[in-house]
Design a protein around this ligand. Structure first.
Ligand code: PBG
Length: 322
């Protein structure tokens, strides 16, 4: 035998020499859930180790993560039902706790990079990402709300906006609104290929944001499609997105790979709540080694072509790699 591939696996040192993919703490974004109030740190039952934080506790969590080497955080608010309405009006009220918390983080922990979520669902009495009229999700009317929400988040000090609603034309609309008001430095990480997925279940528990009727299939993509993701990517690039995201990650590694080959923009992937919950549940049952599964999963997303990974494992990973 002239060729023996096992020679390149014979020791730890050789394996490290020939390794093709590396993961680093600086590739990770940690999504965090927020609630109004003080002294609250509530575990989400379907996401062991992940909490809803009130502002004071969130500040502690962010400081701790920054010290561990996690620098970017994607913040999601859980609003009480009484604040929700058809038009998500509270989302751009400068006095809402989400916007006030962003401003406080940027002031007190300036080294933290803050990404926001731009979509109506946590603020909407219908639980949808857009305005609902007669059972239909309106596109262009929703853009107006997204524009106001984006501007309010930029004013609060957000570094990166993450439009996650899958409305047509949102990146262009948001970019224009931001630039007109002088926020040319605020980045847009577009949820470019976001699929109508069963893996968002625990997230909707965390935010209490499940749609009150119907599903999200008229705006989120069909899991069967890959060519459509290329159209979304082309549009987001033209409209001024800085980073393109694929979501979920694990059932969509081919989409990540495809976009990383066809676009020159950085690609990110969202390792979503259901993907996290599955590993945690199997670990708790003693059916898989959760830590090893986490490392393998994160590496697979990186290998597929994502430079950036949004993951609930971020803090755990950072603790393991101090
Ligand atoms: C909503 C939004 C969702 C997630 C991020 N932003 C859920 C949805 O579209 O219903 C899911 C994240 C996760 O499951 O971890 N705009």
């Amino acid at each position: 035998m002239l060729r023996r591939p096992r020679r390149n696996r014979k020791s730890e040192v050789i394996r490290e020499l020939v390794v093709e993919t590396r993961l680093s703490k600086s590739d990770l974004i940690f999504p965090l859930f927020m609630v109004q109030g003080t002294n609250i740190k509530q575990e989400i039952s379907s996401m062991p180790g992940i909490y809803r934080f009130s502002t004071d506790k969130l500040m502690d969590e962010i400081s701790e993560c920054v010290d561990l080497g996690i620098k970017t955080f994607c913040l999601f608010p859980a609003f009480d039902e009484k604040y929700k309405d058809k038009y998500a009006t509270i989302s751009y009220d400068p006095d809402n706790f989400y916007l006030k918390t962003i401003a406080r983080i940027k002031k007190e922990i300036p080294q933290a990079c803050i990404m926001t979520d731009v979509a109506m669902d946590p603020y909407s009495s219908d639980g949808h990402d857009g305005i609902v009229e007669n059972g239909e999700i309106l596109n262009d009317e929703t853009l107006e709300v997204l524009g106001k929400m984006s501007l309010a988040q930029a004013k609060a000090g957000a570094d990166i906006l993450g439009p996650s609603d899958m409305m047509d034309g949102r990146v262009e609309h948001i970019r224009e609104m931001l630039d007109d008001e002088g926020f040319t430095k605020v980045s847009i990480m577009s949820y470019t290929a976001k699929y109508a997925s069963a893996f968002y279940g625990p997230f909707r528990d965390a935010l209490d944001s499940a749609p009150k009727s119907g599903d999200k299939k008229t705006y989120q993509m069909n899991p069967a499609n890959v060519r459509e993701a290329l159209i979304e990517a082309e549009l987001d690039e033209m409209e001024g997105a800085d980073i393109l995201m694929v979501k979920p990650a694990l059932s969509y590694l081919d989409i990540i790979s495809e976009l990383s080959q066809t676009s020159n923009l950085p690609i990110s992937a969202y390792n979503v709540s259901g993907e996290y919950a599955m590993i945690k549940a199997a670990h708790q049952k003693g059916w898989v080694d959760g830590e090893k599964a986490m490392l393998e999963v994160l590496l697979s997303i990186r290998r597929a072509g994502a430079k950036i990974i949004l993951t609930y494992f971020a803090k755990e990973y950072a603790k393991l790699n101090q």
